[in-house]
Design a protein around this ligand. Structure first.
Ligand code: PNW
Length: 479
């Protein structure tokens, strides 16, 4: 027999199967229809983006530089030295982008504000032209019946802030900025998130050097930076409440580590819950409990953060919702160690999507919701991000057949449905992302969008996944 490559074999098999099935109608299964997983009426379907990843217009209308401008322009820091100078040029094309959303049928859009567009030096004099851009975007969204959910900080810290997150004063500057922006937007925006993903702008930026500002500081310094970050969140919550009408919903978007029980038995379920509390000690646990768990403080010893009077009270300011950015699982199991759990190393054969870090374990979205809700009983929880990169190829016919992205999304929405059905207060889902964009250190090499963006012409093309998501939204169900 001729030696076939796997791909050739696959093609041959597909052709054979197609021929065999032509004209054959399969008998209907006796017990009825295909299972349809309906979501509750009023469930919110949305898309998410972030300012530096989509806006471009880096120097337009008085925008000041952020640490991401500096980092991306430093040789060797991002893929092929790519930057967010232009990105998707949503700064100029936002009306077109709102029409993309309208065509999908989403009812909400999660976007972020560029701090240095609104306050170029991070503190002090605001730039009214910067704010005007957000006024235009928000008015355009509302005119199209799309509800804005606004993140105040998605990593693009103003460069001018002395010492960045190393400086405790940055937390106070953030609160001033948050109060200022929400006072201006709070008449039309009713949902705000303070910060996005603490670990990415603290540890990845200051401990591991992979993200801006690219530093590799010590554990102790990093713990202090983490503390300033959660303090900024807490002071931010207070500032937003002081500047917006009552009823404004305030939360955060956090990628808490998700622990899935290795097997769904009571002891492993309890282990996954305990792992969630300890594994997220410096961030979500501190925010939800208003204190650092003793285990964390003991473990860090002399490296533990220096906490000032009143900090923990501010950090624990009640939130109206938790936003969970969920992409990947870790597995926890019960053991007889003092903490009662162990985290399983991932086997080298564990599958992943196009980005190597994007391991595929769709049950993480269920356990992410369940662990957070069982531990802290938030009033509401949103999936503020979920999605995947794919090696998307635009065919000559102008199509992108991203069946792997559809698989990823369908699997996750299937598992999210279980959480909704079990009564966890999941209010909505924001797919990352509306369109391909600047994927941080990966530059434009990793595409996460429902719309393919040609970064030379900036043309947006809906992928097959956009058609799929539109159908999910129209049916309010995953089939
Ligand atoms: C998020 N992880 O980052 C960010 O909020 C987005 O800005 C980003 O584009 C998107 O996810 C895709 O990467 C993450 O290692 C970075 O689990 C790392 C992880 C998760 C999310």
């Amino acid at each position: 027999m001729k030696n076939l490559t796997r791909r050739q074999f696959g093609k041959g098999a597909a052709a054979t199967a197609a021929a065999a099935c032509a004209g054959v109608s399969l008998p209907r299964l006796a017990w009825g229809e295909t299972a349809t997983l309906s979501y509750p009426r009023g469930f919110l379907w949305g898309c998410a983006t972030a300012a530096y990843q989509v806006e471009g217009g880096a120097k337009d209308d008085g925008r000041g530089p952020s640490i991401w401008d500096t980092f991306a322009h430093t040789p060797g820091k991002t893929f092929h030295g790519e930057t967010g100078d232009v990105a998707d040029d949503s700064y100029h094309l936002y009306k077109e982008d709102v029409q993309l959303m309208k065509a999908l049928g989403v009812s909400t859009y999660r976007m972020s504000i560029s701090w240095s567009r609104v306050i170029p030096d991070g503190a002090g004099q605001p730039n009214p032209k910067g704010l005007d851009y957000y006024n235009r975007v928000i008015d355009e969204l509302l005119a199209n019946n799309i509800t804005p959910y606004v993140t105040l900080f998605h990593w693009d810290l103003p460069q001018a802030l002395d010492g960045g997150w190393q400086n405790r004063a940055t937390a106070k500057s953030f609160a001033d900025y948050a109060g200022y922006v929400t006072k201006k937007l709070g008449d039309r925006v009713h949902h705000f998130m303070t910060t996005n993903e603490f670990v990415c702008f603290t540890d990845l930026g200051y401990r591991y050097g992979q993200f801006a500002p690219g530093l590799k500081l010590s554990d102790g310094e990093c713990n202090q930076i983490r503390h300033h970050a959660i303090l900024a969140h807490g002071l931010g919550v207070q500032a937003i409440r002081a500047n917006t009408p009552s009823g404004t919903q305030v939360g955060l978007a956090e990628n808490a580590v998700v622990f899935v029980p290795v097997i769904e038995t009571p002891e492993h379920v309890a282990a996954a819950r305990a792992a969630t509390r300890i594994g997220n000690a410096p961030f979500l646990t501190a925010v939800m409990e208003g204190k650092y768990p003793n285990e964390y403080l003991q473990h860090e010893g002399a490296n533990a953060p220096k906490v000032q009077e009143g900090d923990m009270k501010a950090i624990g300011s009640p939130v109206d919702f938790v936003g969970a950015n969920i992409y990947v699982p870790l597995y926890a199991r019960a053991d007889d160690s003092p903490q009662g759990f162990a985290v399983e190393p991932m086997p080298s054969s564990y599958p992943h999507m196009y980005s190597p870090w994007l391991t595929l374990g769709p049950e993480c979205i269920y356990w992410g919701v369940r662990n957070v809700c069982d531990l802290w009983k938030p009033k509401a929880i949103y999936i503020t991000e979920n999605g995947t990169s794919s090696d998307d190829v635009l065919t000559p016919a102008g199509r992108v057949e991203d069946v792997d992205r559809i698989m990823y999304l369908r699997d996750h929405l299937t598992h999210l449905h279980r959480a909704v059905k079990e009564g966890y207060p999941v209010q909505g889902y924001f797919l990352w992302s509306l369109m391909d964009n600047f994927e941080w250190a990966d530059g434009f090499s990793k595409r996460f969008g429902l719309h393919y963006v040609d970064f030379k012409t900036l043309k947006r093309t809906p992928k097959l996944s956009a058609e799929w998501y539109k159908d999910v939204i129209a049916k309010n169900a995953v089939v």
